[in-house]
Each structure stands twice: as structure tokens, then as C-alpha cells.
Design a protein around this ligand. Structure first.
Ligand code: SD4
Length: 347
């Protein structure tokens, strides 16, 4: 016969076994999925491309790749081969991609190849490595079916480069995208960053997405800072700097002066802060403040912005200077552009 003590212990065990799933159910926040977030207002058109995949319950990794491709393929766009060249007049591209299993691939200092993000994905899927650079990255791309382009500058980049050569000064321009929006009327698929004269001043596109299955992925693609030293690589192809994804926690990507992002392993920091319980915006703010703390005076002269999403589909952003916009697309709203709060916001 079962003793009374054994019965009570047994009863207590069943109760706790029952209450654990009930408690965790009670705590679960509503999840917004699918959702895609990209840097800048030009991210809205990029998100629309991602949505063609996410809206059909496609995978986040496929969505961020097609999103990045769409802007890389835009002629006279500063992301991809149409971007501004280095100081020697050559366009060099950086990109990285990361999926829900922490698989990642990256290319840097890649020349004459149209879709660096897709080469990065091939590095991820077909090699035992994470990163290929320069000639080796180009050789790998050609071996994997990519075409070698001419390397000619886009009309807009040619014009800007000729202008730059007059002084040959390396001076990254803060929020150059926003300044041009004010100066010219935008139109076209990437409006308002795509201008009447066909120019498009933008270096980097970072896109992070949560798909219908609840998986996160991200992509970051850039022609880098215009008129950089030959061989210079920024944060955009560096996993943990320009992009980081942890499928248990969230994803983050960055835009702005890459050197400063690399110094603090920016997007890894953002994700770790979300792991510690911060909201996406709070986490981005902490990373921005870390950059400023290192060099408070210099930080007045450059821009860095982070965007982040967490596993629940909550999103946020923060930047050093005002003027950093980002685009969010989810099922119920068809996409919206927001202006990130910033450390040096005018009060
Ligand atoms: C870089 N982070 O190469 C990139 C530049 C950028 O909008 O984001 N430009 O440092």
C-alpha cells in the first residue's frame, strides 16, 4: 500500500510538473513574425524584396540575401559596384551573412563582382572558412559561377571621384544620405534616397529578419567608406562588428564609421546586451555609449547607428548623431521608416 508520505510527495511532484509549462506559457510575450528591419530609409524598398520571401513563410536567410542583392544590383547606387571608389579609383566591396545556426560567411576587399552577399553565402555554405578577401575571394567567386565585371565606375561615382581628386582629402561625411535628401528631390524604387539625376549616395545596407518559423538571419553589404585607403576594410564584413545573429536572443547590424564599430565589437555587444535583458533599443544605446566613452571628443565628428531585433520580433535602434533612419516591415503595416534616437540629439 502506498504510504501517506509517498502519496503527498507524489502529488507535489505532479503539481510542479504541471505548473512549469503553465508558468512559462503565462510569461511568453506575443511574437511579431515575420519581420524585417534594415538600415536607412532606402531599407524600405530592400525590406519589400525580403518580404517577397518572408510573406510566403520563406526562410530569413533567403530573405536577407535577396534584399541585399536588390540594392547591390541598383545602378548608380552606393551599395555594390555603383558605389564610391577608394582613393585609387577602384570600387572594393565588403559583405557578410549569418543564419540561425550561427553559420556565417564573409568577403572583403572584393573587386569586380556584382553580388558580394551571395559570394559570402557561398563561402558560408561551400567552404570550411568564414572569410575570404581580395584576389582569393574573387577567384572563389569566379569558380562558383559569378561573372567578372568591367570595374568601370558608375556615372555618379565617376563624377564624385573627380570632384574628390581636386583636394584628395579623406573626410567621411556624416549622414551624407540625409544631407542629399534635403538638397535634392528623391524618386524611384529607393526613394527618397534615389535622386532625379540618378545618383544615390549610400554606402551600406544592413538587413536583419525573423521568419515565420521564428528563425533569425542577417546580411550586411557595402562598398565601404568612399575614398578610403586601398585595402581598407570596415565593420560590414566582420561578424560581431557589422552584423551578429544569435538565434536564441536576437540580431543586430550597423552603419557608419566602421573603425569605431570594430573597436567595440558593436553588434556582438548589442546582442549580448539583449541577452542580459535589455530591449533592442536599450542594447543599441549601450553600444553607442561604449563607442562614445572610448573617445568622447572625436565622437562628435562621426556617425554610427545600430539596429536590432529580438526573438519576439521587437525592434529598436540608436545612433551617435541625429539623422540615422531605419525601415521596419511586418505583416500589418506594409513598412515604415523611423528616425533613431541619438546621443547628440538636439534638445
Ligand atoms: C564602413 N560601415 O565601411 C561602413 C560604411 C557605412 O553608410 O556604413 N556607410 O565602415
Amino acid at each position: 500500500m502506498q504510504s501517506r508520505r509517498k502519496f503527498i510527495r507524489g502529488a507535489a511532484f505532479s503539481w510542479s510538473a504541471l505548473s512549469i509549462p503553465m508558468l512559462s506559457f503565462a510569461k511568453k510575450a506575443a511574437v511579431t513574425k515575420p519581420i524585417v528591419v534594415s538600415t536607412w530609409d532606402s531599407g524600405l524598398a530592400v525590406n519589400a524584396e525580403a518580404w517577397k520571401v518572408l510573406g510566403k513563410s520563406g526562410k530569413a536567410i533567403d530573405a536577407v540575401e535577396v534584399a541585399a542583392n536588390s540594392i547591390e544590383n541598383t545602378i548608380n547606387c552606393c551599395v555594390g559596384l555603383g558605389g564610391n571608389p577608394d582613393r585609387d579609383g577602384k570600387v572594393t566591396l565588403d559583405a557578410c551573412i549569418m543564419d540561425e545556426k550561427a553559420n556565417c560567411g564573409s568577403v572583403a576587399f572584393l573587386e569586380k563582382i556584382k553580388n558580394p552577399i551571395s559570394v559570402a553565402r557561398k563561402v558560408m555554405e561551400k567552404t570550411p572558412h568564414v572569410m575570404l578577401v581580395g584576389e582569393g575571394a574573387q577567384q572563389f567567386a569566379l569558380e562558383n559561377g559569378f561573372t567578372k565585371e568591367s570595374g568601370a565606375l558608375s556615372a555618379d561615382a565617376e563624377k564624385t571621384y573627380k570632384e574628390w581628386l581636386k583636394k584628395s582629402e579623406y573626410k567621411p561625411v556624416m549622414n551624407i544620405e540625409q544631407q542629399q535628401i534635403k538638397a535634392k528631390k528623391g524618386h524611384g524604387p529607393f526613394a527618397p534616397n534615389y535622386f532625379e539625376d540618378g545618383s544615390f549616395n549610400h554606402d551600406t545596407m544592413g538587413t536583419i529578419a525573423l521568419d515565420n518559423s521564428g528563425d533569425l538571419s542577417g546580411a550586411c553589404t557595402t562598398s565601404g567608406m568612399g575614398f578610403k585607403m586601398r585595402g581598407r576594410v570596415g565593420d560590414s564584413p566582420i561578424i560581431g562588428a557589422g552584423l551578429f545573429v544569435d538565434n536564441e536572443i536576437g540580431a543586430a547590424t550597423s552603419s557608419g564609421q566602421g573603425e569605431e564599430v570594430i573597436r567595440v565589437c558593436g553588434t556582438h555587444l548589442v546582442v549580448e546586451m539583449m541577452r542580459a535583458g535589455k530591449t533592442p533599443k536599450e542594447a543599441c544605446k549601450i553600444a553607442v555609449e561604449r563607442i562614445i566613452k572610448i573617445n568622447p571628443e572625436k565622437a562628435r565628428d562621426f556617425q554610427v547607428g545600430f539596429i536590432a531585433i529580438n526573438k519576439n520580433g521587437e525592434y529598436g535602434a540608436y545612433s551617435i548623431q541625429p539623422g540615422f533612419s531605419y525601415s521596419v516591415t511586418k505583416a500589418d503595416d506594409g513598412g515604415k521608416v523611423y528616425m533613431a534616437e541619438s546621443h547628440f540629439a538636439k534638445k
